[in-house]
Design a protein around this ligand. Structure first.
Ligand code: C2E
Ligand code: MG
Ligand code: MG
Length: 529
């Protein structure tokens, strides 16, 4: 651009020569001020004061540009960091930290998306609900670390067994789910089978062999079903599979919902049964195999269901345990049994050493209040601690959890006697039992069922009996149904037994009459004769 020198008359009448570089300085400043930090004012060869000012402004602009770029860079990297953190939080909110699988929220989201796709014409999605069988035992017997390793291994096997595009989620504990975005019913079953097969291979956990198994419920969506329906139906089918035995696969059928509803009703009825006075107690004599006399009775719960009539414990105790109703029921049983003992005493019918045996369920043993409750019940009924034997199923303490051990030691300190029930059905060894404050071991009836026919089994029972004695405990044999079994056990040196051969469970009155007649059980006396 040609440099025209203009003459400008200033206010004071002085003439100055207007330098075009001044215009460029102004232009430059305007541009820089507008944010164009890379704008530079040209420097003329004159290198006079005006150029010095221009150079100064350029330097300032350059510096500003640096600062700005640095800021921009920082903001950018901070934004990236935040975005990554956000993504991670999202991932965490949607995933299970132990296995890295999706969680329930992720599953629900994906199920909803698949249902939308289905409404748009895609094939129906299917859901598998998977619950490991016997996982609690793995956790209890091998520890939580081993349990975690098993869950991780199971997770990766499931991932490897499902078709691409499926979502595997862990819903908590040992419960998993798989979303198959578009399947037919047979292929949902096929995937369930593939998962079962993958679990069928043993897992080596810290030198322990674990064979995981799972119960699987499957359901393929039908038009109009919501995500909740889909999960509920698959879950219902899983429940049925679980009830029918370990390692099974069941597809949802509407009738299953009805069964589930009945179950739910039963749980609520169970919760009310104590208040409605629907429980009764039966008493089965435990017999001294040497003298033939009744040593005590095992207290067995019966439920007079308002519509279904007399209901046996196997039909409702598991549900009472699962639902937590057992805590209240167990307290009722204990107190009623001790009150009955006091009543027999008051009638002058009880004899020295006569005791009641009360079954205590695993969840009661896990309850910190059990000991206080037993202490209060003994005090209120005036029963002596040694009049009470608590029967604890073997499986209840296999894990030897802290609370269980605490409960057992505290009960022992009260003077109550402890017995391991159904011995031989769980995993515990005699050497393990020795470490527990246990007085007696009740050998499960399955062990003696065949002793009359099977010489090997008889020898096995003999060995078990010796082991129990060697460990300083006493053995009681339950389920003695025949004279032959009673005779064999007696010859083996067993001192206590219980079973239909001697007596079926009796009413309180019948026990009172027996006590009054010197506790002699006719068949036992006959056996001794
Ligand atoms: P359990 O403690 O092993 O009780 C023995 C069960 O075997 C009783 O069944 C009894 O009637 C039955 N039995 C007795 N003699 C014989 C025999 O010679 N042959 C055969 N086949 N069976 C015999 P029941 O009364 O049906 O009780 C079943 C289980 O329910 C009990 O097994 C116990 O685990 C549980 N249970 C019963 N009452 C209570 C309770 O008050 N609380 C808790 N937590 N569980 C209870
Ligand atoms: Mg028992
Ligand atoms: Mg038993």
């Amino acid at each position: 651009m040609a440099e025209a020198v203009q003459r400008v008359t200033l206010e004071h009448g002085q003439d100055v020569t207007s330098d075009p570089r001044l215009d460029r300085i102004v232009e430059g400043i305007v541009s820089i001020a507008a944010g164009n930090l890379t704008a530079r004012i040209p420097i003329s060869p004159t290198r006079d004061q005006i150029d010095a000012v221009s150079t100064g402004i350029n330097l300032l602009a350059a510096e500003l540009d640096d600062v700005y770029q640095d800021m921009e860079h920082r903001v950018e990297s901070r934004t990236l960091e935040l975005r990554e953190a956000h993504r991670q939080m999202e991932r965490m909110a949607l995933s299970d930290p132990l296995t890295g699988l999706g969680n329930r929220i992720a599953l629900m989201q994906q199920v909803e998306l698949s249902l939308e796709d289905m409404a748009g014409g895609a094939a129906a999605p299917g859901v598998l609900m998977i619950d490991l069988d016997g996982f609690k035992e793995i956790n209890d017997s091998f520890g939580h670390r081993a349990g975690d390793l098993v869950l991780q291994e199971v997770a990766s096997r499931m991932l490897a067994s499902v078709p691409e595009g499926s979502l595997v989620a862990r819903l908590g504990g040992d419960e998993f789910a798989v979303l198959l975005p578009a399947v037919g019913r047979p292929s949902a079953h096929g995937v369930a089978e593939a998962i079962q097969a993958s679990l069928g291979v043993r897992i080596l956990v810290e030198e322990l062999d674990v064979w995981p198994r799972a119960s699987i419920g499957a359901h393929v969506a039908q038009a109009g079903q919501s995500a909740e329906d889909l999960l509920l139906y698959a879950d219902t089918a899983m429940y049925v599979a679980k009830e029918e035995g370990p390692g099974l696969i069941r597809s949802f059928e509407p009738v299953m919902l009805y069964a589930r509803q009945l179950r739910r009703e039963m749980v609520s009825e169970l919760r009310n049964a104590v208040d409605r006075d629907e429980f009764r107690l039966a008493y089965q004599p435990v017999v001294d195999l040497v003298t033939g006399r009744m040593q005590g009775v095992e207290v067995l719960l019966r439920w007079e269901h308002p519509t279904q009539g007399l209901t046996m414990p196997d039909a409702f105790i598991p549900m009472a345990e699962e639902s937590g109703a057992i805590l209240r029921i167990g307290r009722w049983v204990l107190r009623s049994a001790l009150e009955q003992l006091a009543a027999w005493r008051a009638e002058g019918r009880s004899q020295e050493g006569f005791h009641v045996r009360v079954n205590v369920s695993p969840s009661e043993l896990q309850n910190m209040d059990l000991v206080d409750y037993v202490r209060a019940a003994l005090r209120d009924t005036g029963a002596a601690p040694q009049d009470l034997v608590l029967e604890i199923t073997e499986s209840a303490f296999v894990g030897g959890g802290d609370v269980e051990t605490y409960s057992m030691r505290s009960l022992k300190a009260l003077g109550v006697r402890l017995e391991i029930d159904d011995f031989g059905t769980g995993y515990s060894s005699i050497s393990y039992l020795r470490r527990l404050p246990v007085d007696t071991v009740k050998v499960d009836r399955a062990l003696i069922a065949d002793i009359s026919r099977d010489e090997g089994q008889l020898q096995f029972v003999d060995a078990v009996h010796r082991l129990i004695q060697a460990a300083g405990m006493e053995a009681v044999f339950e389920g003695i149904e025949t004279r032959n079994q009673a005779g064999l056990l007696r010859r083996m040196g067993c001192s206590s037994g219980q079973g239909y051969f001697f007596s079926r469970p009796l009413t309180a009155d019948q026990v009172g009459t027996l006590l009054a007649s010197g506790s002699r059980l006719p068949l036992a006396t006959e056996l001794l004769a």
